[in-house]
Design a protein around this ligand. Sequence first.
Ligand code: HXC
Length: 270
Amino acid sequence: MSKAYIEPPTVDSTAVFKNDIFKGKVLFCTGGGSGICKAMTQAMKHGASAAIVGRKLDRLEASAKELAAATGTQCIALQADVRNTKQLQDAVAKTVEKYGRIDFVICGAAGNFLAPISNLSENGFRTVIEIDTIGTYNTIKATLPHLRASRGSYIHVSATLHYRATPYQVHVSAAKAAVDATSAVLAVEEGPNGVRSNVIAPGPIAGTEGIDRLTTKGSPTALGAEPTGRAGSVQDIANAAVFLFSPAARYITGQALAVDGASEHLRAFQ
Ligand code: HXC
């Protein structure tokens, strides 16, 4: 495929959206200690305070400090495994105790590794379902009363790999398909309460665990060439999250937004 089109450089959402659009709002983000979800705390650059949640407290605390310093807003680090409802409820309670509300939730905590069905143990399959799917359910249940109160918005971090069959990814594919369905049902049920729910499906994003594993040389999951001539950046996902949380997206709910530079369409063509 010819590469006549050169993409513009990645921009920060603050170059497009006003920097105070989320002033007074509060973000609760699972998986926010690293990678794509850490970048998705971008709402902080527009005035939101945040709580980032994960299993590794040291990493979370370092990230919270870094994010607060970079944005000038508050960020707290809360240790919780999304599989543990009590830990999650405690994290939500601490967030509300600190900030008084929750407006935005990013369900981002996820597990992933490459394994063919023939070598994947029942516990391996179950573990990813429990982190990705049940962890999403647990996060919704723990936060929904607060999102009803604030007429808030969810973003679930999914993937594109389950749109078609991706070898060695049956556990993640099953888990993310369920996440997509959960988000859509949530949008329909909670629309009357003013709560929105959408999915962001990142494509190949440079420098992330997901892409490192899926594009390992010789891997059966190796992705094709990207139509834009490059992988995406975590900033591209962060910018999409700012848009979906913003009032500009007020009539967008129950949707899955692939942020993948059309890579999935090209994969279908190959
Ligand atoms: C086969 C594996 C395995 C592997 C774990 N298991 N890793 N099986 N190959 N590489 C199996 C174990 O053998 C065990 O089953 C079961 O899974 C549970 O493993 P534990 O290590 O005990 O569980 P836990 O400590 O909870 O950690 C599991 C995990 C972790 C969270 C999945 O291994 C992991 O991958 N962490 C990295 C998280 C990560 O990469 N996040 C970013 C996701 S990116 P048995 O039968 O032995 O008891 C993403 C995007 C996808 O999701 C799209 C990309 C484009």
